[in-house]
Design a protein around this ligand. Sequence first.
Ligand code: FAD
Ligand code: NAP
Length: 242
Amino acid sequence: MSEKWLTGRVIENRHWTDTLFSLRVEGAQLRFEAGQFVRIALDINGERVARAFSFVNPPEDPVLEFYGVIVPEGPLSPRLAKLSPRDALYVAPNPAGFLVLSELPDAETLWLVATGSGLAPFLSILRTETPWRRFRNVVLVHAVRYASELAYKELIGATPARYVSFVSREPAPGSLAGRIPAAIADGRLESAAGLPLTPQSSHVMLCGNPQMLRDATAALAARGMRKHRRRASGHITVESFW
Ligand SMILES: Cc1cc2nc3c(=O)[nH]c(=O)nc-3n(C[C@H](O)[C@H](O)[C@H](O)COP(=O)(O)OP(=O)(O)OC[C@H]3O[C@@H](n4cnc5c(N)ncnc54)[C@H](O)[C@@H]3O)c2cc1C
Ligand SMILES: NC(=O)c1ccc[n+]([C@@H]2O[C@H](COP(=O)([O-])OP(=O)(O)OC[C@H]3O[C@@H](n4cnc5c(N)ncnc54)[C@H](OP(=O)(O)O)[C@@H]3O)[C@@H](O)[C@H]2O)c1
């Protein structure tokens, strides 16, 4: 079935590091819920190559924003990183995804837990009013390899969210060392956030590296938490980036 692609135009391509970039794109109007993604595409050697990207912008913002990492051997991400203002890219007309607050049960504390570019959908969520209306506490947890990869700190700092960062491959003052699942298991994440991480108090949204999703889900299961389903309410919602 042929698909009706929208054509967007790049207005900014900000590079945070050699491998991390944020694209701002105008001209493609879409309806979506914060936390969702859309496929974006370029024509490469006569073929349209599309990949899912989470919105970073809140739904009411007409300029779309995407946050990406260059996977050197990947076909699309290195090319997206090279786009300049006024370059065109294709945007699919149908945003999708279940990493959204409307799918979540009520809880006292909402934990938004990301590795790498998995931060993207949580930025969109933090830029809406819903988390502050629905949850007493919101904790954003972001794990990266190097401190320079802790992007969007200013935006995050301007929200009421408690922010806990992990830097795994170098010492970094102000960030926890190691990985998220170990810090869930040994209580370091709770201490850093100053909040209990229990089935009674919490709902956890996880996004990014699939191995992190599995390991973190296991660490949360050891605390009595389980995946949330529409028909069986739980405490964990996940979105895998690959
Ligand atoms: C629902 C969904 C939402 C997504 N949202 C984003 C987003 O907001 N930002 C973003 O950068 N990517 C996101 N991705 C991943 C994205 O779709 C691409 O896979 C990625 O941009 C790499 O594209 P590629 O064509 O260069 O390589 P691909 O052929 O797609 O991937 C090659 C390999 O690179 C690794 N990889 C892929 N994506 C990532 C990543 N994000 N971080 C680290 N390693 C990765 C995996 O090992 C993968 O097998 C999302 C994926 C899904 C399924
Ligand atoms: N970040 C870079 O320096 C860099 C440079 C060039 C290219 N890339 C490309 O980007 C991809 C990786 O991107 P990324 O650094 O954003 O993502 P990533 O490899 O998922 O790493 C992000 C964070 O997730 C952690 N993590 C990895 N596996 C985990 C698990 N099972 N449980 C818990 N935490 C886990 C990492 O810790 P650990 O450090 O302990 O693994 C790191 O802190 C690579 O495939 C590569 O192609 C990245």
